[in-house]
Write a protein that binds this ligand. Sequence first.
Ligand code: AMP
Ligand code: MG
Length: 649
Amino acid sequence: MTNSPSSNRQHTGQEQFLTILSREEALARFEAALFPRPLPTETRAVADTLGLALADDVVAPIDVPPFDRSNVDGFALRAADVADASQARPVRLALNTETIACGTVPRLPVLAGTATPIATGGPLPRGADAIIMVEHTHPAEAGVIEVRRGVAPGQFVSSAGSDMARGEVVLRAGTVIGSREIGMLAACGIAEVTVARKPRVAILSTGDELVQPGEPLPPAGIYDANGPIVSAAVTENGGEAHFLGAFPDDEAKLEQAMRDALAAHDVLILSGGTSKGAGDVSHRIIGRLGKPGIIAHGVALKPGKPLCLAVCDGKPVIILPGFPTSAMFTFHDMVVPVLRRMAGLPPRVDAQVNARIPFRIPSELGRTEFVMVSLVQGQEGLAAYATGKGSGAITSFTQADGFIRIEALADHMPAGADVSVTLFTPQVRVPDLVVIGSHCTGLDLVMGELSRGGISVRSLAVGSLGGLAAAKRGECDLAPIHLFDPKTQSYNESFLSEGLELVPGWRRMQGLVFRPGDARFEGRGAEEAVRAALADPDCMMVNRNQGAGTRILIDQLLGPARPDGYWNQPRSHNAVAAAVAQQRADWGVTIAPVAHAAGLGFIPLTEEHYDFALVSERKQRPAVQAFVAALRSPEIHAALERAGFKPAV
Ligand code: AMP
Ligand code: MG
């Protein structure tokens, strides 16, 4: 059943994942191969046990408090002496000639008709059975007090062992030690406890392309993100992380590194090299490291299909997929449960909230899919926008609030569906200002200004039409739009529905981009250039996504034509420029600042109005006011102009 590497399969080219297990099946097999086994334990000083799990029950070695003790400042007395005391018939008590402070051992008994001054925390003297507060007594002549109310036996006394009784189990095995537990152990005099030893986890990145942060990045180099993320996530989940560095895809060297790591650690976690592509070697080595070897290679997870789970002579060996986002999801979903169990910690509980999905999310049938989402507050609860940047994107992690799970049997999540979002943080953080719509680098200038002023901002790029829809649903404060209405020959205003008003933003020159020197475009006017492009069957375009204002412009230019490249529909101006610059396309439509930054040729088409549809109801909110003020400020105007935009007012 398992994908045994000892089979004499050919290792040339791209191997297939012969057996893809469901996540449940893979996890069950992995856990069955690892547990039960006794957890290694160690004895540590109590101060050094924060976050660790107790290995044994802790029994109180003494009574706490160790003696009967006063809870207040007052007088120790016999309750029976003052049972009948009242305003009309005060009882007089003679004071004994000692005062019991904390740490004082009483010498004199409290005989009938007497009382002893006692401080909070003082040990009760022999004969006394209650305390009266000093406020409830009246001084009489020297050495005498008057009591004008009755006192119940035991009043204001904590008796020995009332907090913890000697021999009582005060903390159960498995309890995770926090500051309160440490206080409890200290109170009964315990200086050392036995805890589950933190699993020692070796972390290794693999890939010829990897470079450690801080080093210069050579061409085709990639910074090693997995090493630091996995190390931190291991620490967060009770492991002792030892990052051993990034290793090239060299079978002999990697095998030596894996053997050394496994000898000195309880767990080995690698990342990369599991895709079964040419040059991916780590999974082939595992079979030689110990029995039973690979448990699952290929799990029906998205992202994360190439995950490889193995057990070598009792120790878990895991190869995470190379893409950092895939590595993190598989780590949290498949490795964290095992790691926490090895650390003696309870399963992780992540906070969940319910939210509505504004757009349909397609999903691959047969794989459990994780989709990261950003949350915004709508009128009827939270809305969860897919951050949708693909498994190679790392920012999707930092910009997302959490993720949703689309079950293996579903091929999509419909728009409007209610979903449960697993949060990355204990609470939802709803930003002060939410901007949803078309993205523009000019917007970053305004948002950056607000952010520096302490306002938490979020902008989600869903295109102009998506932004208007979000504004109508009350999910954002402002929707940046640039929509041309051919009927009125004007921008934006005619697209506003009731409850929305226009805040002028800036103007940006849109135009055709091409590589300088391309004779089909160089020196021509826009319409002529498009005609030349359409006339050449080898000329490849790059389009924009449905809903983008730029797309409407492109559709107008093309009319019914559908040239090669039409279906390449990226979501941003920068992607259009990159496609042309890298020769994946020959022309597209983008804005002047982006074209210039990419060193491309530019044929101006039309000045586009980039404005904001403001949700009128939200106009008075301080963050919205701050946004509008920033938009009008001379500093932002100057910054916009420097970046190639023209402020509208
Ligand atoms: P692999 O599984 O080795 O084929 O890697 C898949 C992708 O993940 C490639 O684009 C790698 O460059 C990338 N990758 C692998 N390891 C890392 C890492 N430690 N940090 C960042 N990216 C990585
Ligand atoms: Mg690799």
